[in-house]
Design a protein around this ligand. Sequence first.
Ligand SMILES: Nc1nc2c(ncn2[C@@H]2O[C@H](COP(=O)(O)OP(=O)(O)OP(=O)(O)O)[C@@H](O)[C@H]2O)c(=O)[nH]1
Ligand SMILES: [Mg+2]
Length: 192
Amino acid sequence: MKRAIAGAVLAGGQSRRFGRPKAFALHEGAPFFTWSVAALDPIADELYIVSHPSLVDEFRRQTDIPVLLDVERCRGCGPLAGLYTVMEQSRADWVFVLPCDMPYMRREVTERLASYIDPMFDAIVPLHGVRPEPLVALYHRRLRSVIAELLDAGERRMISLLDRARVRYVDAQQLAADETVWRNVNTEGEYR
Ligand SMILES: Nc1nc2c(ncn2[C@@H]2O[C@H](COP(=O)(O)OP(=O)(O)OP(=O)(O)O)[C@@H](O)[C@H]2O)c(=O)[nH]1
Ligand SMILES: [Mg+2]
């Protein structure tokens, strides 16, 4: 049975370290967020961008993909809020999240990670040695109530969600031969 996947580009952060909205910074001539969209598009049955009121107009100028705002009670509460918002919006079994600041990410990686989907698990997450990569991951919608509880308790860390889920960790080396794909841009220095 085919299991629907909603692709979600998380773009509701403040880019404080970067100094301007990093979703729109250019990599090889195209805005960062479009690289995440391109990596999700082949495997996603639906696509969403989850952002912040201050960025919505610019996203709508640049793309036709639906732009959601974090649900109000946890707006701006971090990536968990974005994940929760897509689970509220979509009926898809799985939500595949990507951040908006990983412009080297490639479809080969997302396709491979999605091939590990297994209904016995709640989340499918890459692992670098002992370090998980929770923002490049698949989450089953059955986690929605767990996420709601975390957010209501003021708990924003993705790792807290992993602690409460049955996680299928996938060795990052199985997903990409080239470590570059995991590069994430937080500062102007990393950008240059
Ligand atoms: N939807 C949503 N996405 C978020 C939120 N906070 C962060 N993100 C996204 O999660 C990803 C990782 O966050 P960070 O790297 O910390 O990005 P950021 O928060 O914009 O940057 P800093 O302000 O420098 O921490 C980025 O793609 C952010 O846009 C939020 O409250 N809601
Ligand atoms: Mg942040």
